[in-house]
Design a protein around this ligand. Structure first.
Ligand SMILES: [Zn+2]
Length: 278
């Protein structure tokens, strides 16, 4: 396989803290530094949440603005993707940073269970987040926690709520949601190809110990890969990951095993149909 593989680094998330792994970047300056190292290791997308000083999740647009500014300065060309996920706020506060016009934002299009609660994505909120993304020129990444979410994305695309061919991420291994099941994974791949064409770009993320497994499945199947401390804080059962960059390097090694080059930020932008800065 020769098609370049995009590595996305999910640097912080809304759950892991310094107590889980001291390398989790919390402040904006820690986030910029950690992303810069991951960018040099081969990541071309930074998926980011922001935090309050006490490490709790935040949805403060001002923090997102400072992060965007820092990333643009220190990681020029890298694709910036903000999370509109549900842990950082309720309702429309989840999309309060979209007017900053990041390159991309995550978009959950349906509800499902999470480890200790329901991950609520009511239809009117999904519609509103999608319309804000359209208005501000933000490309959504569809977070598929379930098969129905892929079909919902196709429906939204057909209705013009999503501008370009949906870029779907299969999320597996969240407790009480879809486990890392190989048959389901293969059917997801088959489904995005049937709905959006054989050459459609897609990606996958695994949680905890499933991260490396999903990296392997995605990279060997022609998809793109997500890694980072948001999803997993360990290299193996006994070893904490020393940095986001270490997890990116591990994904890059898997690319090497399958003879796939790691996409540069320029290639990643071309693959995803994003603006390529001069
Ligand atoms: Zn996230």
């Amino acid at each position: 396989m020769t098609n370049p593989c995009i590595i996305c680094v999910a640097i912080t998330g809304s759950l892991p803290t310094k107590a889980n792994n001291p390398a989790v970047p919390i402040t904006v300056s820690e986030q910029v530094e950690s992303t810069h190292e991951a960018f040099e290791a081969g990541a071309s997308i930074c998926h980011a949440h922001v935090r309050n000083d006490d490490q709790t999740p935040s949805s403060d647009p001002e923090k997102f603005a400072r992060l965007k500014e820092g990333l643009e300065r220190h990681c020029p060309g890298m694709i910036i993707q903000f999370s509109t996920g549900g842990r950082s706020g309720a309702g429309k506060t989840r999309g309060g940073m979209l007017p900053l016009a990041p390159d991309m934002a995550s978009l959950s299009v349906g509800s499902n269970n999470f480890p200790t609660r329901v991950y609520e994505n009511p239809p009117n909120l999904v519609d509103w987040l999608a319309s804000e993304m359209l208005e501000h020129g933000v490309k959504p990444e569809i977070e598929a926690f379930d098969l129905s979410h892929i079909l919902k994305a196709a429906d939204m695309y057909a209705k013009g709520q999503i501008k370009d061919t949906p870029y779907v991420q299969f999320v597996m291994g969240v407790k009480n949601a879809m486990p890392a099941d190989r048959h389901v994974f293969d059917y997801y791949v088959e489904t995005v190809k049937r709905l959006f064409g054989d050459n459609v770009a897609w990606c996958a993320a695994g949680i905890g110990a499933r991260q490396v497994l999903l990296n392997d499945w995605a990279i060997s199947s022609g998809g793109h890969a997500r890694t980072g401390l948001e999803d997993n804080v360990r290299l193996d059962r006994d070893t904490l990951a020393p940095s986001n960059a270490a997890l990116v390097r591990r994904a890059a090694e898997i690319c090497e095993n399958y003879e796939r080059p790691v996409a540069t930020w320029r290639q990643a932008r071309e693959i995803l149909g994003l603006r390529v800065p001069a």
